[in-house]
Design a protein around this ligand. Structure first.
Ligand code: V47
Ligand code: SF4
Length: 379
């Protein structure tokens, strides 16, 4: 029986066991993975084209355990979607409304204060804030939102405003992206969420979000934030009109940016939810594709430390299984998420901390509470 040395941790895996998972298409990639060689775009396509889900998971898990050991992270957080009024009309979005339209809303600073105050008894460490591109809000609204949150809960970390919102604020208030980020940071911003990346391909953007900033601009804003000391996340919206080649190109563009700045904290694949959108004739993604996206991301994004399934979108069950397919982060408790629920997500609004811990433990991993910047919080 031949043994193969798999990682620098000197784990040896019997050949027959490997053959259970790895077929001839994946064999060269397996060799690269154990040599810790960077995968190419051709490798990425082979991975996406493979239906050997267990093989993909086996490979991704080797990398996951090399980077993250047996830990699985979660954060105690709260979401606030401050407005759904948006000048864009992305075809995949069920959340946005035009000003004056039925169900259009803006949360006042007082509403946000109430929402935070109602949960002061919970050990929330992060507030996650995103909204539409609302031309009717003054600049002070954004700064006041951040500083007021900090005054109510000084230790809370604020992960707010995607690159799309930052570009919008800079544009409509006539200042540079740098100035905008620095002012938000001074008002209390800790990090930026990864939304708005969608798929970088201009072809896809033209079809699904023609008014949104380009993929190149999204990356430019993320890199600018990193340069100014604001870390951020990265996402990819999959399961609509994109090709597998376009998914690979998206991931490699993120990898290139990360080589440059090391500023991305985590990558989160977002599964498209079609209900109530202009693309409602498309199907929801399958659990198979959800797990495949986690595994391929883990394998291609060799310079990202954390891969996070968003349980609100893929369900807690898939997120739990994803912990064996490359993922190491369960996101968080999430309270009051609107964007995916407007698009037909049937998941709950809240996953209590005890449930997150149980899901992680049942998956054979060690639960670790983290903060926004991925520092461990000892309980
Ligand atoms: O930018 C919009 C996506 C994003 C739909 O950084 C949709 O920790 C699926 O970015 N179906 C917002 N997705 C959510 C987001 C996010 C979520 C969780 C964690 C983090 C993080 C970031 O949701 C949008 C867009 O890409 N989205 N509509 C839809 N129908
Ligand atoms: Fe507006 Fe964002 Fe929805 Fe696009 S995805 S319409 S930018 S809220």
């Amino acid at each position: 029986m031949g043994n193969v040395l798999t990682t620098d941790m000197n784990i040896s895996i019997p050949q027959e066991k490997i053959r259970l998972f790895i077929d001839s298409d994946l064999e060269p990639i397996y060799q690269k993975v154990i040599q810790q060689e960077r995968l190419s775009s051709e490798d990425g396509l082979i991975l996406y084209q493979s239906n050997n889900l267990l093989g993909l998971g086996f490979l991704a898990n080797l990398v996951r355990e090399r980077i993250n050991g047996n830990d699985a992270l979660y954060v105690y957080n709260q979401h606030i979607n401050y407005t759904n009024i948006c000048r864009n009309g992305c075809r995949f979005c069920a959340f946005s409304r035009k000003n004056g339209e039925q169900a259009a809303y803006v949360l006042s600073i007082e509403n946000i204060v109430q929402s935070l105050k109602s949960r002061l008894n919970e050990p929330i460490t992060e507030v996650h804030i995103v909204g539409g591109l609302n031309e009717y809000l003054p600049y002070d609204y954004y700064l006041e939102m951040l500083s007021t949150i900090k005054s109510i809960r000084p230790s809370i970390q604020i992960k707010a405003f995607t690159a799309v919102e930052v570009a919008f604020l800079a544009e409509i208030f006539g200042q540079s992206v740098e100035e905008t980020i620095l002012e938000l940071k001074a008002a209390g911003l800790t990090a930026m969420p990864g939304g708005g990346a969608e798929i970088f391909s201009p072809r896809v953007r033209q079809l699904i979000c023609s008014e949104k900033l380009s993929g190149k601009d999204w990356i430019h804003i993320a890199k600018t934030a990193h340069r100014l000391g604001v870390r951020s996340n990265a996402t990819m919206l999959y399961g609509h009109v994109e090709t597998l080649e376009e998914r690979v190109a998206h991931l490699l563009a993120l990898r290139e940016a990360q080589d440059e700045t090391k500023g991305f904290l985590a990558f989160i694949p977002l599964s498209f939810h079609p209900k109530n959108t202009q693309l409602s004739d498309l199907h929801k993604t399958s659990g198979f594709d959800d797990l495949k996206n986690i595994a391929v991301a883990r394998l291609l994004l060799d310079n990202f430390v954390h891969i996070k399934p968003f349980w609100i979108m893929v369900t807690p069950k898939i997120a739990q299984i994803a912990l064996s397919f490359g993922a190491d982060d369960m996101d968080g408790t999430v309270i009051e998420e609107r964007i995916t629920h407007m698009a037909g997500a049937e998941t709950d609004q809240v996953l209590p901390q005890m449930d997150l811990i149980r899901l992680i433990q049942e998956a054979g991993r060690i639960p670790r509470q983290r903060d926004t910047l991925y520092n461990y919080i000892e309980n």
